[in-house]
Design a protein around this ligand. Structure first.
Ligand SMILES: [Zn+2]
Length: 115
């Protein structure tokens, strides 16, 4: 569906659903000088964005999707390196953001650091 035939609410809802895959949230910002929305990163950082900005971020998220090698779910934005939980396998293996956060990063933190 072309964005020109969608209402602003439909555009917001579509962007909201896609941005949530990467843990991004946004809210309307009606303050003078705002582009219209505040996007909130998982870290809590906030940025002033327009609806077009939100949609271009959404299209980047949807550009490179695949199947997570750990949970079998969908990864977005190219996924994450699954090592050491799974071998990279020449870049064939990618994992989703949830597995990266809950499984891969904790596994890396437990690994001895090699010099
Ligand atoms: Zn996963």
């Amino acid at each position: 569906m072309s964005t020109s035939t969608m209402t602003i609410t439909e555009r917001e809802e579509r962007a909201r659903e896609i941005l949530a895959h990467e843990g991004l949230q946004f809210e309307r910002n009606n303050e003078p000088g705002s582009k219209g929305y505040t996007i909130i990163q998982p870290s809590g950082l906030r940025y002033d964005r327009s609806i077009e900005d939100l949609e271009s971020t959404a299209s980047i998220i949807m550009e490179d999707t695949g199947t997570c090698c750990i949970c079998g779910g969908t990864y977005y934005t190219g996924g994450n390196n699954p090592e050491p939980v799974m071998p990279l396998n020449d870049g064939e293996n990618r994992c989703c953001r949830t597995c990266d956060r809950n499984i891969v990063i904790p596994a890396r933190l437990r690994e001895p650091v090699s010099a």
